[in-house]
Write a protein that binds this ligand. Structure first.
Ligand SMILES: [Zn+2]
Length: 75
């Protein structure tokens, strides 16, 4: 029995990745740098994203930053 569909579902990027994937390359690079800089708060990142019409909740950002989300499992 082919169960690959279920595995595909498991590896699906988290909400954070899906919400931010349409940002321009420059913004994605900036966002990743901000995520790596732990002195930048999750709420600052959330506000920055909101200015770009991307709505991601703080817990989602926090999870992604800590790599506790689904897209972090592959790395
Ligand atoms: Zn993620």
């Amino acid at each position: 029995m082919d169960l690959s569909e279920f595995y595909e579902d498991k590896r699906r990027p988290c909400l954070f990745s899906r919400a931010t994937k349409d940002l321009i390359k420059e913004d994605i690079e900036k966002l990743e740098a901000a995520l790596a800089e732990l002195e930048i708060s999750v709420s600052s990142i959330s506000n920055w994203l909101q200015k770009r019409n991307v709505k991601v909740s703080c817990p989602t950002i926090r999870r992604h930053r800590k790599k506790e989300c689904d897209c972090g499992k592959d790395a």
